[in-house]
Design a protein around this ligand. Structure first.
Ligand SMILES: [Ca+2]
Ligand SMILES: [Ca+2]
Length: 528
């Protein structure tokens, strides 16, 4: 794209959006691409420079669109390919890159490939993974432990079991079949050809299976990613591919290859430790986790986040840490999902503005590219009466009207209901009200993004020894960041010449921090 030179992804601020819940432009109760396009001015005002959209492909929507029934189309509810082209043009003209989700590991069971594959005589049969013996690949764990106790499900038509790492309506593609690899590469090319600036590759560790392994992170999976990257570099040199791999950094590192696999990968372990530090008042696990993160190749970049469209995953913590996190953040059983917590940022933090702002200030200054989840910039809540993870995907609350300004349809027809009741209801929490209020969370978020130096995306991190385990401290180049995870005042020695942001006061030698206070500081003049 013209307005971004490489490496644009290193200095970007991402905004993750569920298109079906953002804005319904044609009053059918389902958010759409034209709706998202109509809100680009808002995202530009907020300072967002890249959008990551959840899947918009044809889908029975049994898993929020991650159950894809056609890899080269748009689900009619979302709009048309022309709507996509308009979105890309309008975003690019505002300096906003657009990345979309692409599900590589599996399809919906309604995909034409799978419908054909159920016939054992069909050449498509081998496009999926079948067995008569369900002890095959028995070392692979079950991921959706709340719903399934096996990765195999029986298909009556085929008279065989098929392999699925996620829901049983999401059969895994057989990557051992070269035709599958070609078809998926071709589908990825289709989306980048339209003008997308990148693709987030969903559930990428699980592409290949191999007996005697846990069927994750296999060499063949990395070989395929290298071939994909070669195609992207050759044909779309400004595009990036992001790996979604919920793994420890040591296992994630190979997804960057030698700079010849994915450009970006989500840093999963640091996220739960931000919440852990708040629960315990001890910031040590955050900095320890970052320091334990291996160096990544030049050109590669972490993506960091506080919350997203999934449960707050607790796979990357110890059993003891998980117990603390469940106790602090998910006291009610309905708040728990799989190995994690299905709540949004603001309710997780008890609606405490100090904590919400501090975690965002840390997020925006951590090594990597920050991803803000739609609605978290205004402190939206969640609805745990909805199934699975839909409770954190409710419609964006634009104004205080009866439909929150997100749709003109009858609320009874909404794909997901608006949160109208309680402290996070749309009458209280909405964009319009917060835009009017200069002290609102929305304005703080906008100011944070505006004051965020590009170095936060690129400079190396060095730990500051604050002498206080409650106070997180690190430098990013000429900047220093401190954050107080204790509920009382703390003072720490940090030399600085100027404070850029934060509820703290510095005399140049010491920073005084209120409870959950933080500061972004300049430590020395810019080198000329
Ligand atoms: Ca619509
Ligand atoms: Ca697979």
């Amino acid at each position: 794209m013209s307005s971004h030179d490489r490496p644009w992804h290193k200095t970007a601020v991402f905004y993750e959006v569920a298109v079906h819940s953002f804005l319904d432009s044609d009053a059918d109760g389902f958010g759409d691409i034209a709706g998202l396009t109509s809100k680009l001015d808002y995202l530009q005002w907020l300072g967002i420079t890249a959008i990551w959209m959840l899947p918009i492909l044809p889908s029975p929507m049994q898993d929020g669109g991650y159950d894809v029934s056609d890899f080269e189309g748009v689900r009619p509810d979302y709009g048309t390919l022309d709507d996509v082209l308009t979105l890309l043009d309008e975003a690019h003209s505002r300096g906003i890159a657009v990345v979309t989700d692409f599900v590589v590991n599996h399809t919906s069971d309604q995909h034409a490939w799978f419908l054909e594959a159920r016939d054992r005589a069909s050449p498509k049969h081998d496009w999926y993974v079948w067995t008569d013996d369900t002890s095959l690949y028995c070392d692979a764990r079950v991921i959706f432990v709340d719903t399934h106790d096996s990765n195999w499900s029986w298909d009556d038509v085929a008279g065989q079991y098929y392999w699925h790492r996620f829901f049983d309506h999401q059969p895994d593609l057989n990557y051992d079949n070269p035709l599958v690899r070609e078809a998926m590469t071709s589908a990825i090319r289709f989306w980048l050809d339209l003008g997308f600036d990148g693709l987030r590759l969903d559930a990428v560790p699980y592409l290949f299976e191999e007996e005697g392994t846990n069927c994750e992170n296999l060499p063949a999976t990395h070989e395929y990613l290298k071939s994909l990257r070669t195609m992207v570099d050759r044909e779309f040199p400004n595009a990036v591919i992001l790996a979604e791999a919920n793994q420890w950094p040591v296992d994630l590192l190979p997804y960057f290859g030698d700079g010849d696999e994915c450009h970006m990968a989500f840093h999963f372990p640091v996220m739960p430790r931000l919440f852990l530090a708040l629960a315990t008042g001890d910031a040590t696990p955050i900095i320890d986790t970052i320091e334990a993160t291996p160096e990544i190749p030049q050109g590669a970049q972490w993506a960091v986040f506080l919350r997203n469209h999934d449960e707050l995953t607790l796979e990357m913590v110890t059993d003891d840490e998980r117990a603390v996190l469940y106790e602090a953040y998910a006291p009610e059983p309905e708040m728990r999902k799989n190995i994690g917590i299905r709540r949004r940022l603001a309710p997780l933090l008890g609606g405490d503005r100090r904590k919400i702002e501090m975690l965002n200030a840390v997020l925006l200054s951590l090594p990597g590219t920050p991803v803000i989840y739609y609605g978290d910039e205004i402190g939206m809540g969640d609805d745990n009466t909805l199934p699975d993870r839909d409770g954190v995907r409710t419609p964006m609350q634009w104004d205080s009207g009866p439909t929150a300004g997100w749709s003109d349809a009858d609320p009874a027809s909404f794909y997901l209901p608006v949160i109208t009741d309680g402290p996070y209801g749309s009458a209280t929490v909405n964009v319009a009200a917060q835009k009017e209020d200069a002290t609102s969370l929305l304005h703080v978020m906008r100011s944070l993004i505006a004051h965020r130096p590009p170095e936060f995306g690129t400079a190396a991190l060095e730990r500051i020894d604050t002498g206080d385990h409650s106070v997180l401290g690190y430098t990013r180049g000429r900047f220093a960041i401190v954050a107080n995870f204790a509920q009382d005042r703390r003072s720490v020695p940090v030399e600085s010449i100027e404070q850029i942001a934060g509820p703290a006061s510095s005399d140049g030698k010491t920073v005084a921090l209120p409870p959950f206070g933080w500061a972004w500081l300049i430590t020395r003049p810019e080198e000329s």
